[in-house]
Design a protein around this ligand. Structure first.
Ligand code: FCB
Length: 450
């Protein structure tokens, strides 16, 4: 790993990818027997998403996947992280199989391999079959077996061709945005359900791992966690305590089970959490520590927070003077990502890590002449790739980097108002245009650096 002056060079086998997820790009809402998912229901409920946007059509990737793979090939992408829609495979979540759904992922996977792009598959990126939510969703203990069965079915079919599997994408979001804060599907505000959901998500991950191992012995297995470092706004003890608590809430509640098979003691002692988990045998979380080959980290931002005596459950976000933000209002600071990667290496010692998502939304506009200039995204990528390289040199076992996202898509509660893509999507015509950042990324991949 050389470092000439002004040039950053990654190891030759460092993997360069892009990421998407099924509900955000596929469209084909109920095509070919796909069942309803919680995001279909939620986005069709008035007031839940910006402008009432839904994923019914999205990027129409279900029909245009060949063109999208060709775009990746054009950019030179070596690996593609995509997710499988559970209700396309099992429209009711369990029971009858929908062959047409499996066929779609079969074709997509073959198309990738045909173009020398490695398939990195996420089994669950938030589109739970609504039929399972109707039975309690992630808060129902039966979901550990439901998910294991789904993982078994998919890996029996694709296991001979997938390079790497990720069981879950960001279980914190599924549990807390979905069942505690109510801003993601299924839109609940119920601490008990939220902590039950986190518990069964983590156990479902652990239950799926041995099945994936059996059906897909040559693949590498992991999980993608969103990590958000929490810094105290001052060294006042109450701010330090608050930052520690929220580090537990966002990060350790998932890292400790996956790597150590236990919940963090300080969090279990919290009144709200212990009430939420009353009657649950928390030692069963050891199931989450099934041995994996890599940790996927989705990294976007960090928080600086202060204790708020008026509202102790909701810390005050401090926006340091001079801080830079994306369109999501997420603070930009690559150095914090490097620190986080090194911390994870130190405290959890994963065998390997991938940055399975990193990227930024900006207000891109399509100009005439077929170019979309997105200088802020190019700067963002430079800053975070520099951080990735710094973490590598510092000893983090990093093996690859995936940009979120290949193309603009349905950004959950924000609908189509936030553009994260390397590729611009004009939704009315479904025309795709490479942004400047896609050209930049192509050069990064070609040169193993910049
Ligand atoms: C992550 C999600 C992904 C996308 C990005 C911006 O939390 O995994 O689907 O929405 O944020």
């Amino acid at each position: 790993m050389a470092q000439e002056k002004g040039k950053i060079t990654f190891p030759a086998d460092f993997l360069w990818g892009t990421a998407t997820s099924s509900y955000q790009i596929e469209g084909g809402a109920l095509s070919d027997g796909r069942g309803e998912c919680i995001w279909t229901r939620f986005s069709h409920t008035p007031g839940k998403t910006k402008n009432g946007d839904t994923g019914d059509v999205a990027c129409d990737h279900y029909q245009r996947y060949r063109q999208d793979v060709a775009l990746m090939r054009d950019i030179g992408v070596q690996a593609y992280r995509y997710s499988i829609s559970w209700p396309r495979i099992l429209p009711q979540g369990t029971g009858a199989l929908n062959e047409a759904g499996l066929d779609f992922y079969d074709r997509l996977t073959d198309e990738l391999l045909h173009n020398d792009i490695q398939p990195y598959v996420t089994l669950y990126h938030w589109d739970l079959p609504q039929a399972l939510e109707d039975q309690g969703g992630w808060a129902n203990p039966a979901i550990v077996d439901w998910f294991a069965h789904y993982a078994d079915v998919v890996s029996q079919r694709l296991g001979d061709r997938v390079t790497a599997w990720m069981t879950l994408n960001e279980p914190w979001c599924s549990a807390m945005l979905g069942y505690l804060l109510g801003i993601h599907a299924p839109g609940m505000r119920d601490p008990r359900r939220a902590y039950l959901a986190a518990h069964y998500l983590l156990r479902a991950h652990g239950a799926a791992v041995p099945l994936l191992r059996r059906n897909s012995p040559q693949s590498r297995l992991g999980i993608a966690l969103n990590l958000i470092p929490q810094y105290p706004a001052s060294d006042k003890p109450e701010d330090v305590r608050t930052a520690r608590y929220f580090d537990g809430f966002f990060n350790r509640w998932y890292l400790d089970p996956v790597f150590k098979g236990v919940y963090p003691e300080d969090m279990l002692a919290d009144g709200m959490i212990s009430a939420a988990l009353q009657g649950v045998d928390v030692s069963t979380i050891r199931q989450a520590a099934a041995p994996i080959d890599f940790l996927g980290i989705n990294y976007y931002t960090h928080n600086t927070i202060a204790y708020d005596p008026e509202n102790p459950q909701q810390p005050r976000q401090v926006r340091p003077a001079g801080a830079r933000f994306t369109e999501m209002g997420w603070e930009i600071n690559g150095q914090e990502m490097a620190n986080t990667l090194l911390r994870v290496q130190r405290e959890y010692a994963p065998k390997a890590m991938y940055i399975t998502e990193n990227g930024a939304a900006f207000a891109d506009v399509a100009a005439n002449g077929g170019m979309v200039e997105d200088p802020q995204r190019v700067d963002f990528l430079k800053e975070y790739l520099t951080a990735t390289h710094a973490a590598l040199r510092g000893g983090a076992a990093l093996k690859g980097y995936f940009v979120w996202s290949l193309m603009d898509n349905f950004e959950w509660g924000e609908g189509y108002s936030k553009r994260f893509g390397l590729v611009y999507v004009d939704y009315p015509t479904q025309q795709r245009t490479l942004k400047r950042s896609a050209h930049f990324y192509r050069e990064v991949i070609r040169a193993s650096g910049f």
